[in-house]
Design a protein around this ligand. Sequence first.
Ligand code: GAR
Length: 192
Amino acid sequence: MDKKTIRLAVFVSGNGTNLENIINYFHDDKAVEVSVVVSNREDAFALQRAKNHGIPSVVISRKQFAEEPETVLSAVKDCDYIILAGFLVRVPDYLIELYPNRIINIHPALLPKYGGKGMYGHHIHEAVKAAGEKETGITIHFVNNELDAGEHIAQYRVALTDDDTPDTIAEKIHVLEQAHFPEVIEKVIKAE
Ligand code: GAR
């Protein structure tokens, strides 16, 4: 018997390079569909990327996430997994309860280091540089009620030198994200 298509909702806040990579990775895979893109910012370039691929998108503000569960639940209706791809709003508890071990986040550092409030995007790379770290990396993890503290699925590392700057660290992270995020998602969603 044919298995049902696995439907993904991808949550974004910004550029959407991870979103684009996920869309391309699953493009020819009939078992997986990026069904909807949800952004908390209407000016996120990720929305343009969704449009270019003909994928429906919804803008839901930070306030709506907190106060209008029905708006969020209607956007992810029929989705099996939620992928956070550069999503900078805290995931509300009602969603975590409905999607246990079905919300996957990518964090641009080796958690538990450089996680928690205020630790996102460039702030992380600046903190990593300031601390003189010899390596950094990415953590792909399930989302639970504690910020950046859900069970790890995979980590990938990259060495740093004294010459690295926050910008070159960001580039190294980008390379790791592009190389690994979609295949890790695939492993999780096809494991059942
Ligand atoms: C990515 O580096 C992702 O790991 C990071 O935001 C960037 C989004 O880039 N996420 C966080 O910092 C979450 N705390 P993108 O919009 O080009 O995919």
